[in-house]
Design a protein around this ligand. Structure first.
Ligand SMILES: C[S@@+](CC[C@H](N)C(=O)[O-])C[C@H]1O[C@@H](n2cnc3c(N)ncnc32)[C@H](O)[C@@H]1O
Ligand SMILES: [Zn+2]
Length: 315
């Protein structure tokens, strides 16, 4: 009688030796970052493993020694060093660290914490990390994410050692999976409404800070003959329809006196530096102090569909 058919015994070793199996990724913990090459989840190494994010298709992204990952593919770059220039970023760090914009940082922290102390916050265009540091010092439990297209900025943010997940990438192609973030922040940074809505949870919030009409009027008075009111920083939809409903607007308006080398830092951290003629640049940098209004507009948005659903649910 012929023997009944049976499958040969299963040998796990066969699978381990199969080079097409993504063995390494199984030992990584899933992160919220997605692979810029194939959009699948990136696995994050745990302690003792190689410092590399890896996806199921074995695309690898090394974690720099400062603790950030560069997810900006060369083919997505428009220039060799996109984003703000290094000198602009360093000037901004010196100016911000001196505390001149602390009232804004406090207002941001207050708004974020009102939405919860245990949430995931993404700072889009986080720059050198000043606002993330203020957030971290006001709440230990926040899960902080920051992205910026400038590698220098992200490296400087990483050096602040904030226990934050930091990546070099574009706001127009956020390297995070859908519905992963509770609050997105944009402080004077460009955003894509569509991309931001994609990464927010349905009940998430976007807090967007831009300049008010009188912002830095004391500085621009040294550059322009007639004071031109700031046009503000409206939500850049990059789409036919806005993805968000505006819930609330808060304005901060006060005078500050900027002293000594911080006057030069203030000029160099803004595009006004390039608008000023060389003799104006020199005259401003020579000032011992400069008094100016700082005027910030904080807009708080909810994703459109979510707001509409929430209204229906409340009825
Ligand atoms: C005016 S700075 C603000 C930085 C920071 N939010 C702050 O207020 O200190 C704008 C930042 O956006 C970054 N940026 C410009 N284009 C970007 C893009 N497409 N994606 C992500 N970041 C971008 C710049 O490198 C810069 O750090
Ligand atoms: Zn991949």
């Amino acid at each position: 009688m012929p023997k009944p058919f049976s499958y040969p015994p299963f040998r796990p070793r066969d699978i381990e030796q199969n080079p097409s199996e993504p063995v390494a990724v199984q030992t990584l913990k899933t992160s919220l970052f997605k692979c810029p090459s194939c959009s699948s989840n990136l696995g994050q190494p745990t302690e003792g493993q190689a410092n590399t994010y890896q996806c199921a298709n074995r695309h690898c992204f090394d974690i720099a020694k400062e603790g950030y990952v560069n997810l900006l593919l060369a083919q997505h770059k428009r220039s060799s060093s996109p984003g703000d220039g290094d000198e602009m970023i360093r000037s901004r760090q010196r100016f911000l660290n001196a505390g001149y914009y602390r009232p804004l940082a406090d207002a941001i922290a207050k708004q974020v914490l009102q939405l919860g102390a245990n949430q995931r916050v993404l700072d889009i265009g986080c720059g050198e990390g000043y606002y993330m540091e203020q957030l971290r010092s006001s709440a230990n439990n926040l899960e902080l994410y920051g992205i910026d297209i400038s590698k220098t900025a992200v490296r400087m943010a990483a050096k602040r050692k904030l226990n934050a997940q930091l990546a070099v990438d574009s706001a127009y192609n956020i390297p995070l999976i859908d519905s992963s973030i509770n609050t997105a922040l944009s402080v004077f940074s460009p955003i894509s409404a569509i991309e931001t809505a994609r990464v927010l949870t349905p009940k998430g919030r976007l807090i967007m800070i831009g300049p008010g009409a009188e912002h830095l009027a004391g500085l621009t008075a040294h550059i322009y003959e007639n004071t031109v009111p700031h046009e503000g920083n409206p939500l850049n939809t990059t789409a036919t329809d806005s993805e968000f409903n505006l819930l609330e607007t808060i304005e901060l308006n006060q005078e500050i006196t900027v002293r000594l080398s911080h006057v030069e830092d203030l000029l160099k951290m803004t595009p006004y530096y390039w608008h000023a003629r060389p003799e104006q640049q020199e005259a401003i940098c020579a000032l011992k102090e400069l008094t100016t209004t700082v005027h910030f507009v904080i807009n708080i948005y909810a994703p459109k569909e979510a707001t509409e659903t929430a209204w229906l649910a409340d009825e």
